[in-house]
Structure formats: C-alpha cells, structure tokens
Write a protein that binds this ligand. Structure first.
Ligand SMILES: Cc1cc2nc3c(=O)[nH]c(=O)nc-3n(C[C@H](O)[C@H](O)[C@H](O)COP(=O)(O)OP(=O)(O)OC[C@H]3O[C@@H](n4cnc5c(N)ncnc54)[C@H](O)[C@@H]3O)c2cc1C
Length: 379
C-alpha cells in the first residue's frame, strides 16, 4: 500500500510545472478552445521545458525520470482542465509503444523528437466499423518487397490533425490465422505517399483537442517502420492499454477534484451573497467529498503498484470505469451547486462537465472494463 507516493522532488517538479502551465498554457487556452486546435509551438515549449516523455532514458534524449513525474503532468493538466494538449496521450500512451517494441534504430530516430516536441504522436486503432473489438479492424497492410501498402480508414484519432508520427493498427494477414494474430503496428510518418487526413471532428467537449480522421490509400510505408514483430500488434495493444487506462483514471480523478474544489470555493462565496441555503446541498457535498477521497486512495495505490511493476489489469479496469463515472457524477452535482450560473460559458464548471463525458468512452468503454473485471473474477 502506498503511503508516500510523492516525495520532495515530485512536489518541486509539480510546482515548477504549475508555474509553466499558468504562464504558457492557461492564459491562451480559451482562445485555443475557440480555434479547436493547439498551436504546434506549444508542444515545442512543453518539450523545451522537459515536460514530454520525461521518463525516457538519457541516451534517447530524455531526462530518465520516474513515470510518476509524467503522471504529475497529467494530473496538473487535468486540474487545470486543459485536455486539448494531449501530453498524456503522447508521452504515456503512444511513446511507450515505440520505447518497448521499437528497435534501437527506431528509438534513436523518433524518441528525441518526441521529447523535444518536434514529433507529435497519435495511435490509430479505431475505425468506422471497429471500436471495442479491435480484432475486427479492416485496415490492411500488404507487404510488397521492402514496403507495406496500407489501405483503410481510422476515426476518432486524438492528435489526429497535428500528429506527425502515428502508430497504426493494421491487418497484415487477413483471416489466414486467428484475427488476434493478424494485427501489426506500423508507424506512419507525416508526408508518406497515400496518407491523408479527413475532418477535425467537432466534439461535445475537448474542443481544442484535434480528434481526426485518417485515410490510407495505397499508402507506402517502409517495412522498417513495423514496431516489434508482425502479427503481435493485438497483444502489444492489450499490454499498453493498461497504462492508457491508468492515465484516463488519473485525468478523471483530477477533474473531479478540481471541479469539486472550485465549486466549494464558489459556493461558500455565494452564501456570503445571501444565496438561499438548500439543506440537501450539504449532503451532496458530503457525497462528493466521500467519492473523491475513495477515488484518490484507490488511484494512488494503483499508481504505486504500476510503478512497481505489478499486474494491474483488474484494478486498472476498476479504476478506469469507476473514476470516470464518479467524475461525471461529481461534476454534474457541482453544476447543481452553481445553480443556473453553472450552465453559463462564463463559468469553468461547464467545460469540465462536457470534457468529462469523453472518459467513459475512450481507452476501452466502461462496459468493456466491467467485462474484463468479470473475466478476471472468473465470471
Ligand atoms: C474523445 C475521443 C478520443 C478518442 N481517441 C482515440 C484515439 O486516439 N485512438 C483510437 O484508436 N481511438 C480513439 N477513440 C475511439 C474510442 O477508443 C472508441 O470510441 C471506443 O473504443 C469505443 O468504440 P465505439 O465508439 O466504436 O463503440 P462500440 O465498440 O461500437 O460500442 C458501442 C457500445 O456497445 C458497448 N459494447 C461494445 N462491445 C461490448 C461488449 N463486448 N460487452 C458489453 N458492451 C459492449 C460499448 O460499451 C458501447 O457502449 C476516441 C474516442 C473519443 C470519444
């Protein structure tokens, strides 16, 4: 069980990052939400300050810090409600595919750019007809000599417009073996022949996050861009989705905590303005405080277990669905405390409300999380 997850060096790092956020991100964020994109230079600023992939070893240009530093970045960005800049997706969800399954040449080629912010990463699994069931993807990669020819479409891809290196799940064998053994992960670089982008999708929330469509028409990619072994992609995704779910839980928990805190501050101040006090408010606040306390305790123990290399599949599935449900419950309750003001764009609570709705969907839907837990329980 964790007691001291974060030590002095983590607290100092957190404070420095908060200062960076307050200077370089937060003042401009409303504008980026309107523009529905984050300027690429902001990624470079993140990189220049050591806030992208800080866990990567020094030999590839990283700072060689523990994963917990990256999790602090995720947490602080969620506290600030700046989801549009998907640093967590880049550093802790996609870069690990390259780091774990890439060969030394691929790591030397791509990781330094991921750390500096010159490369922005995305992972493309979902297709118009394949979401939860990743074995049913239809994008094909057929080998011809020293190239793969990729054909297919991907949708709902975070960083889909800005990314210049995309880990794409493709079928390298079509139905010749088990569908789970047909999938391979191939890195597609911006400018590859036959690769183009579709719409930047208009979403309920996460407005500044570019969630895009990717199109592959006889897209020519060198075989040297294959990550790991051909046919192992499905298993690689199952391995790396665990950390994705942890990052999702970290963001959900932090968004609940941030919204709760800002609401309590507002609520106390409004009482001074002689707002009618409704007796059930106090019970609602007590419920939220309890939810948040339980979530934080569970999450910190999970982060500790993950950092220490334990198998977290069952618990991270629990954390992913529970914290995202909890965040939606808490943030909805917070809006009630704002009364009608909560529905106005003038108050940040509305943005937290619509942004939180994404968490039960991506990284494996909450229903899928419950199926995994059931299987782990032998049901
Ligand atoms: C904001 C956002 C960002 C995203 N970013 C990315 C990204 O970067 N890369 C990427 O590849 N994808 C991304 N996605 C896609 C996301 O991963 C999928 O939406 C998700 O996997 C669910 O797939 P689906 O929407 O096709 O739903 P489906 O799989 O069609 O499911 C529909 C419904 O059925 C339920 N369901 C499905 N199968 C089962 C089952 N076996 N048992 C019980 N219930 C089931 C689901 O819970 C869901 O409610 C993103 C999505 C969103 C909304």
């Amino acid at each position: 069980m964790h007691t001291n997850l974060y030590k002095t060096e983590h607290l100092l790092f957190r404070e420095t990052f908060k200062t960076f956020l307050s200077k370089e991100i937060i003042p401009f964020y409303d504008q980026w939400e309107k523009e529905e994109i984050i300027p690429k230079e902001v990624w470079k600023k993140m990189g220049q300050n050591g806030y992208l992939c800080p866990w990567v070893e020094k030999e590839y240009g990283g700072a060689g810090l523990g994963l917990e530093f990256s999790f602090i970045i995720n947490e602080e960005m969620a506290y600030a409600g700046v989801y549009g800049l998907m640093a967590g997706l880049h550093s802790d969800i996609v870069a690990p595919y390259i780091h774990t399954f890439g060969n030394d040449e691929q790591k030397k080629k791509w990781l330094p750019g991921c750390i500096s912010g010159d490369i922005i990463l995305a992972v493309a699994m979902t297709e118009p007809d394949a979401g939860s069931d990743l074995s049913s993807i239809r994008t094909t990669a057929v080998r011809e000599g020293e190239n793969y020819i990729i054909n297919g479409e991907k949708i709902y891809i975070s960083n889909g417009i800005l990314s210049n290196l995309i880990v794409v799940a493709c079928k390298t064998e079509t139905g010749n073996r088990s569908p789970y053994k047909d999938v391979s992960l191939i890195c597609v670089e911006d400018g590859s022949p036959g690769f183009s982008r579709g719409r930047n999708l208009k979403k309920t929330g996460w407005h500044s996050q570019d969630t895009g469509e990717l199109i592959f028409r006889d897209c020519l990619i060198p075989v040297s861009n294959l990550l790991g072994e051909e046919g192992k992609g499905f298993y690689y995704m199952m391995e790396k989705l665990q950390q994705e779910r942890l990052v999702s839980a970290i963001m959900s928990q932090a968004s609940a905590e941030a919204t709760y805190q800002m609401t309590i501050d507002y609520y106390k101040q409004r009482k001074d303005l002689k707002q009618a006090e409704i007796p059930t408010d106090a019970n609602g606040i007590a419920e939220m405080a309890t939810d948040i306390e339980i979530g934080r305790t569970f999450l910190n123990s999970l982060i500790y277990d993950h950092i220490n290399g334990e198998d977290i599949i069952k618990k991270v599935s629990m954390a992913k669905w529970w914290t995202s449900d909890m965040a939606n419950r808490v943030i909805s309750q917070c809006m009630e405390l704002y009364r009608d003001y909560g529905y106005l764009e003038d108050y940040k609570v509305g943005r937290f409300f619509r942004d939180a709705r994404a968490h039960p969907i991506y990284a494996g839907t909450n229903e899928i999380m419950k199926r995994i837990i059931g299987r782990k329980l032998g049901i």
